[in-house]
Design a binder for this molecule. Structure first.
Ligand SMILES: Cc1cc2nc3c(=O)[nH]c(=O)nc-3n(C[C@H](O)[C@H](O)[C@H](O)COP(=O)(O)O)c2cc1C
Length: 371
């Protein structure tokens, strides 16, 4: 059996010290009616802290814009009642010795694939699209953009005030920020659009700079990015390492400390034409190109990948040999685990003690409640 010791080294970034390298991936659970997280959320996240997760990232929680969410069960990260709920969450996690950051989100022009609910004002996005060629809602004005940047900065400041250890900005999976990155959904001809990825990164870079100004130095900022999108699994923002540097370096320069590089399967090489089929993954390349710390993710400890979860597919557990090998090479710094932690809050403890017989895998029925 492979030793997993490499996962249990501590890690420091800015003001945040983590006991190990395992991160709970951000996962929308849609259990916040009226946008308010409650005691069930506090207990759910506390169980993961008690179970030994090094860093918990919350489900996506939305900033203060009229149409920032696409599902009525998604929690707000604004307003007195929602923020009081989040205070209960971070206090519970800290009591159990955990570390946590909220994932700050705006769903842009994207329709949820779980519900037909729509907000009561028009949805907004760079060019009034959901996916390339699919019209939905309005293109954002300069004033909409400025207000959205301010809303992200305000949410980050609130997170710090409540006592969270970090924040994650959701720039992945085809939602608002990713709609600006993606040439298929950003058709703007102003300063937030353009033919190059460096130009289309400007919106995200301005958000990051505003967040950095609002939280000050030392408070870690994580940015989640992906090449793939639920709208198009094969989509790519950066086809080459040079383009990846053009995409990510301005964001690191603006204040990002950690890049959370979302893949559906962590072992897949990002540019196999350069370093082969066992080559660096997305997080590996992002770390090599920018020098920033990175988090990898994708089917850790499970047989099937994430999109199966939304088609009712469970997954059984598999060993961590491939992960351990990559972490021993320092390809990336941290590893996020999603579905395995939905079904089993004690997953990390079992990995540490080698109690692999008892690993549960992922059962889709566990999505029906906050286990
Ligand atoms: C139910 C569910 C909800 C998710 N919601 C989010 C989300 O709000 N934000 C996000 O960035 N990713 C979200 N994801 C993706 C996960 O963070 C993670 O990247 C993905 O599940 C792959 O990790 P895994 O294979 O370990 O599950 C979600 C995944 C699942 C299964």
């Amino acid at each position: 059996m492979t030793s997993t010791d490499v996962l249990f080294r501590s890690f420091r970034i800015g003001s945040m010290e983590l006991a190990n390298r395992i991160v709970m991936a951000p996962m929308t659970r849609s259990f916040a009616p009226a946008g308010i997280p409650g005691p069930a959320h506090a207990a759910y996240y506390r169980r993961r802290a008690e179970g030994g997760v090094g860093l918990i990232l919350s489900e996506g929680t939305v900033v203060d814009r009229p149409a920032s969410r696409n599902d009525p069960g998604v929690p707000f990260f604004h307003g007195e009642r929602a923020l009081a709920g989040w205070k209960g969450v971070i206090d519970a996690v800290h009591t159990a010795g955990g570390r946590m950051g909220p994932q700050l989100w705006h769903t842009g022009g994207v329709k949820s694939f779980l519900t037909d609910w729509v907000p009561d004002v028009e949805v907004e996005s760079p060019s009034g699209l959901d996916a390339p060629g699919v019209a939905r809602g309005k293109a954002m004005s300069d004033a909409d953009i400025a207000d959205t940047i301010a809303a992200f900065a305000k949410a980050a400041a609130e997170a710090k005030r409540l006592g969270f250890d970090t924040i994650e900005l959701h720039g992945a999976h085809g939602y608002l920020i990713d709609q600006f990155f993606w040439s298929g959904t950003n058709l703007r001809s102003d300063r937030y659009g353009g033919a190059t990825i460096r130009e289309r990164s400007r919106f995200a870079a301005e958000i990051v700079a505003a967040i950095r100004a609002s939280v000050g130095p030392g408070f870690p900022i994580i940015l989640r990015v992906s090449q793939w999108k639920p709208q198009d699994y094969a989509a790519r923002i950066a086809e080459t390492p040079d383009l990846m540097a053009d995409w990510l370096q301005p964001l690191v320069d603006a204040g990002v400390d950690v890049l959370h590089c979302s893949q559906r399967r962590f072992w897949e090489p990002e540019f196999p034409e350069i370093d082969g089929t066992e080559g660096l993954n997305f997080a590996g390349w992002a770390k090599k190109l920018t020098g920033a710390a990175t988090i990898s993710v994708g089917s850790v400890g499970l047989t099937g990948d994430v999109m199966g979860a939304f088609n009712g597919e469970g997954s059984t557990s598999v060993g961590l040999d491939k992960l351990v090998e990559r972490m021993e090479r320092d390809e990336f710094d941290l590893i996020a685990v999603g579905r395995a932690l939905i079904s089993d809050p004690t997953w990390v403890k079992k990995i540490r003690s080698g109690d692999t017989e008892d690993l549960k895998g992922f059962d889709t029925t566990d999505l029906a409640e906050l286990v």
